[in-house]
Design a protein around this ligand. Structure first.
Ligand code: ADP
Ligand code: MG
Ligand code: ZN
Length: 477
């Protein structure tokens, strides 16, 4: 039987507000344990939560970016469960009436092309604390700095059909929250977390199969690998005639497999009920429109602009627009040197390779965009060759010096003086009488050899167009 895989993702994004969702404690990461806590986030008796207005504003930004309907009135609910990192015994979340519903996100994969993925809902909630397990002794400690840090949960429809689509959806979502500056999108540090739900069904069927939920996915790669593994596991199970058990499974990145963690809990297990300590969240149209007017250009719009206005390919435009910082860098270069194609080539080529090797993000690039633009200007003006430019770029990255200074100090200015080039060409030809004869007998491929010899004699500084012209003239004599 042929199966089709069906995937839906639940993504938790930690919001970059300065303070927690229901109290004034700082959200800053990395403080000593239990220093950013107060009676509210410790869940002491008798305290009252007060909603952070910025959490709502950030959620509205995301809801608008995902074309959701925003509920003018939403409610917080208590999700009851016991865990040592949850001092209140319940998590404040949203249940029946989330802040936003019925959105969508466009994705693209090489295999399936473009697709629109439905977003079921976006809701606001508080994060729990963190347990730190002692590796040596049977002892666990709890750090409550993270309790009450604001999250939004973004739940997709089961619209994804392959691990690659799931990866593309997740990357797009991360790109959007980063463009919106509401979350730093760090999977490894856990500020952007994903649970993946997956089931199989006979191809052509319209009902959903039994799903499993996979947790502990802390990189894009792991999400895709875990889904591939789980799809294969379920396929074998179904082919054996067994039923897939609805459960929560954990991904083990070292063993490259998922294993059962617990039976899947149902919503009614949590005894959700409206939180009596918090008023309904009322959002008026004016506020929504104010936020809409302040939304930045989003990655898809930026990509389309790079294609339509700058004539870039879909591939280049997509790579430049994927991260806001890369697009910003590119546009800073263009402001100085307005030729999109060479700038794109350099940003996605030399610069990207340099940053990868140095393990640095583009906003910490050792070569500023204006400095790179100036280098490209020198090439465009014919002052240096493209080949020399790559050498100059490396020196710029190492020393932080400007291109002009390096070119002058190292005497790298391109040789364009015809008389001087003609003299070098004569020398090269005189030193290679056999090749000259062969060329004149029809082995015109030898042109590359002659150009190479001239470049060698000039340490790469000869203007290649001129060298070609002079060589052609002399060899035709
Ligand atoms: P819960 O919060 O209990 O996990 P939800 O109904 O909110 O349950 O669903 C969570 C996610 O699971 C959603 O992204 C949804 O699209 C996805 N999902 C639900 N049913 C299936 C299924 N049969 N196969 C794959 N994904 C599913
Ligand atoms: Mg779930
Ligand atoms: Zn607090």
């Amino acid at each position: 039987m042929e199966f089709e895989s069906v995937i839906g993702l639940e993504v938790h994004a930690q919001l970059k507000t300065h303070t927690k969702i229901f109290c004034g404690c700082a959200t800053a990461f990395g403080a000593p344990p239990n220093t950013h806590v107060c009676p509210v986030c410790l869940g002491l008796p008798g305290v009252l939560p007060v909603l952070n207005r910025n959490v709502v504003a950030f959620s509205i930004r995301m809801a608008l970016a995902c074309e959701c309907q925003i509920n003018h009135e939403s409610r917080f609910a208590r999700k009851n469960y016991f865990y040592p990192d949850l001092p209140k015994g319940y998590q404040i979340s949203q249940y029946e009436r989330p802040i936003a519903e019925h959105g969508r996100l466009a994705i693209e994969t090489p295999e399936e092309g473009g697709a629109t993925i439905g977003i079921t809902r976006i809701h606001m909630e508080e994060d729990a604390g963190k347990l730190i397990h002692d590796p040596e002794r049977p002892l666990s400690r709890v750090d409550l700095n993270r309790t009450g840090v604001p999250l939004i949960e973004i739940v997709s429809e089961p619209d994804l059909r392959s691990p690659e689509q799931a990866g593309a959806y997740l990357r797009k979502l991360r790109s959007v929250v980063r463009y919106l500056e509401i979350c730093d999108g760090n999977l490894e540090e856990g500020s952007f977390r994903c649970d993946a739900n997956v089931s199989l069904r006979p191809r052509g069927s319209t009902t959903l199969g039994t799903r499993t939920e996979i947790k502990n996915l802390n990189s894009f790669r792991n999400v895709e690998r875990a889904l591939h593994y789980e799809i294969e596991r379920q396929r074998e199970c179904l082919l054996e005639g067994d039923a897939v058990v609805q459960e929560t499974r954990l991904w083990d990145p070292d063993k490259n497999r998922t294993f059962s963690m617990r039976g899947k809990e149902e919503a009614h297990d949590y005894r959700y009920f409206p939180d009596p300590d918090l008023l309904p969240v009322v959002i008026d149209e004016t506020w929504i429109e104010t936020i809409r007017a302040q939304l930045p250009e989003l990655p898809d719009a930026r990509k389309a602009r790079y294609m339509d206005r700058l004539g870039l390919t879909s591939e280049d435009a997509g790579r430049l627009a994927a991260a806001r910082e890369t697009g910003d860098y590119f546009e800073c270069c263009l402001a100085v040197f307005p030729q999109a194609k060479p700038v794109a080539n350099w940003v996605l080529g030399e610069l990207a390779a340099l940053l990868r090797a140095a393990g640095r993000p583009i906003e910490e690039s050792p070569v500023a965009p204006e400095a790179l633009a100036r280098l490209l200007q020198l090439v465009d003006e014919g002052t240096i060759s493209g080949k020399i430019a790559k050498r100059v770029f490396e020196t710029m990255a190492q020393t932080g010096e400007a291109a002009d200074k390096i070119v002058a100090a190292q005497g790298l200015v391109q040789m364009s003086d015809s008389d001087e080039l003609a003299r070098i060409v004569d020398e090269v030809l005189a030193a290679a009488p056999e090749e000259v004869a062969a060329y004149r007998n029809g082995r015109t491929k030898l042109m590359g050899f002659f150009v190479g010899q001239v470049m060698k004699a000039t340490r790469g500084q000869a203007n290649p167009q001129k060298v070609n012209a002079i060589l052609k003239g002399k060899l035709a004599e």
